[in-house]
Design a protein around this ligand. Structure first.
Ligand SMILES: Nc1ncnc2c1ncn2[C@@H]1O[C@H](COP(=O)(O)OP(=O)(O)OP(=O)(O)O)[C@@H](O)[C@H]1O
Ligand SMILES: [Mg+2]
Length: 246
């Protein structure tokens, strides 16, 4: 479903992604894990067609992203950016329904879908009527998440979607997301720093360092068979998650 082939990216003189290849099959939830600045958001932006690689190819469902129109890309890919990206002058509900309205799609079905998702992520009707500045960070994140799912694209890119949530809400939301992704057979790429999120949601994990995949595999592979000291240290730094697995 998603194929990244020998992609490289420079910003000015700095090479951020040296040569990255990655294949994510349909229906997989793939985790991009790694420390701040290692290139996770840049990779998602390339998958969403928002950032052009200097070389190499990004292929979505057998089609090179270079040959796709903006509309084709946005019909294929839902993207929840790291900062949420909510419009400050629109209520949460109107933020969520904006992609539907822009496309002139039928609102009744989308509104029902919105309420279904809102209930799953524990957002009330009252909260949906508020403006972003009237919501907490975690509530805003959940609104952004619903907006990313509302068009029901086959590919969903999520950049740290759970980082502002308290552990209880995060755990509930993780459960809902897992169920949702399975039910809807979504292909998901999720960025996180958090090994707990990675282990719960990820079918496979790519652990990155300076734009390179250091190890790719299941969570258990990273914990029990770390390829090198970098992987071992990264896992050890988040011991409770590692202990839960061993
Ligand atoms: N438009 C840009 N111009 C210049 N440098 C950039 C640009 N976008 C990203 N970078 C740099 O590229 C590197 C990778 O950035 P990126 O946002 O992909 O990291 P990240 O892994 O998502 O980090 P974080 O976990 O902090 O969100 C960083 O050093 C960043 O400063
Ligand atoms: Mg980032």
């Amino acid at each position: 479903m998603i194929k990244i082939h020998e992609v490289s990216k420079n910003f000015g003189p700095t090479n951020v992604i040296p040569s990255l290849s990655l294949q994510i099959p349909t229906g997989e939830t793939h985790i991009l894990l790694g420390s701040s600045g290692c290139g996770k958001t840049t990779i998602l932006r390339m998958m969403a067609g928002l950032c052009k690689p200097d070389s190499g190819d990004v292929i979505l469902a057998n089609q090179n992203i270079n040959t796709m129109s903006d509309l084709q890309i946005s019909d294929s890919v839902g993207y929840v950016i790291q900062e949420g990206g909510l419009m400050p002058h629109l209520s949460a509900m109107n933020n969520i329904l904006l992609p539907i309205k822009i496309r002139g799609q039928e609102l009744t079905q989308a509104t029902n879908r919105m309420y279904e998702f809102a209930s799953a992520v524990e957002l009330t009707t009252n909260q949906l009527a508020r403006y972003p500045h009237e919501l907490s960070g975690g509530q805003k994140q959940r609104v952004a998440l619903i907006r990313g799912l509302i068009l029901n694209q086959p590919i969903v890119l999520l950049d740290e979607p759970l980082s502002a949530l308290d552990p209880v809400v995060r755990m509930n939301l993780q459960r809902h997301l897992k169920k949702l992704f399975d039910q809807l057979s979504k292909t998901v790429v999720l960025v996180t720093h958090d090994l707990n999120v990675a282990s719960f949601l990820g079918d496979r994990i790519s652990l990155l360092d300076q734009g390179r995949i250091v190890q790719q595999g299941r969570f258990e592979d990273l914990v029990n068979h770390p390829k090198n000291d970098f992987v071992r240290d990264f896992v050890r730094a988040q011991t409770p998650a590692a202990k839960a697995c061993s």
